[in-house]
Design a binder for this molecule. Sequence first.
Ligand code: HOZ
Length: 442
Amino acid sequence: MSSQTRSNALFAEALKYIPGGVNSPVRVFRAVGGQPFFAQRAEGARVWDVDGNEYIDYVCTWGPAILGHAHPKIIAVVKAAAGRGTSFGIPNPLEVKMARLICGLVPSIQKVRLCNSGTEACMSAIRLARGFTRRDQIVKFDGCYHGHADSLLVKAGSGALTFGHPDSAGVPADFAKHTIVLPFNDADAVKAAFAANKNGIAAIIVEPVPGNAGLYLPKPGYLEFLREITKANGALLIFDEVMTGFRLAPGGAQERFGISPDLTCLGKIIGGGLPVGAFGGRADVMDCLAPVGPVYQAGTLSGNPLAMAAGIAALEELNRPKSKLQGPKSKRAMNDAYSRLEKLGAQLETGMRDAAKAAHVPVRFNRCGSMFCAYFTAGPVWNLADAMKSDRDRFKQFFHGMLAAGIYLAPSPFEAGFISTAHTAADIGRTVRAAADVLRRH
Ligand code: HOZ
């Protein structure tokens, strides 16, 4: 990496006008030391900063850029949509197309409401679950992050965890007391919570593959267990698939693991890089929303035509069949984009594990499809407590070593990495060689 002169000057100016110099805390380098670079442009799997440095990008705008940056089809449809008007506040045909696409791709979604962010999606899904069940309590898991709505900023992951405020200031204790926080992958803790709160729990909200404290997977049978226990107790199961939706499979984590939640929260990929969110699920639950039912939820820019156009293009491109010769079922399973992501993910996983082994550095490399995390710990990582054992100093060294080699990872040990279809086997090869080199110097 060469100079950061222009980035540093911009950051100094940003600090004068923007709290912390950033519009979302996860973008600063506080957890790793140093200052963030400012992006000039991005294309495919690459980002260039304002000083002309080039990086292979594994942040992928925190998930949305599954096709890489500035995908030509997305750019073309956004330009065309902008020419027809940037917002109507009146129903538009693209909203219907997007809703039909989502319902077709995600097996459990019968009806869907579009909104503007993953935070809105989760906040609204919780309100809907409470309105539908007429219960107040919700269960979440420590280290899971469901956006920054009050009742969900309790033992939260992502920036809240990275910067040491998992229970944010400004959330009244009266709100937080309705949120029961449990360790992930611990069935007994969930059983005990239901036993202690008979007919009180409205819903369990969970990232089926938690990706906001690094990345850990559900133990075999755990998601099935959550499905069964919620059903048996009259509570709803909400999958927060803001990150995993359309990433881990065409129908998200729920397709990959074969679970049917009552409600699903979406965002990121369905906006093709523009601001978006959505929540959907069982028709009887969704019909409790205004204007049909009593649960209120609204948004001036919801179903925005630019975001819809970009998201539709992204979903269509992701689901472009590999070959006309394949039958309808295999078309989805063997679709080009997802098999490519899986292959690249596997290449990275094997390469990283080999590199760590050769360097004698304890690394747990967790991966699910095109999401991954390298924890600097010897033991397995199944929950937040395990993730917290990761050596932060080693992560800092690794992050900066990789950055110097032109590879951009999230500047926190508690964030997932993302691979896009624009990454190549050569990119992954270069990444693995850089990692081997950095780890050797640890
Ligand atoms: N879910 C994202 C990171 N874990 C959020 C990105 C942000 O907070 O800006």
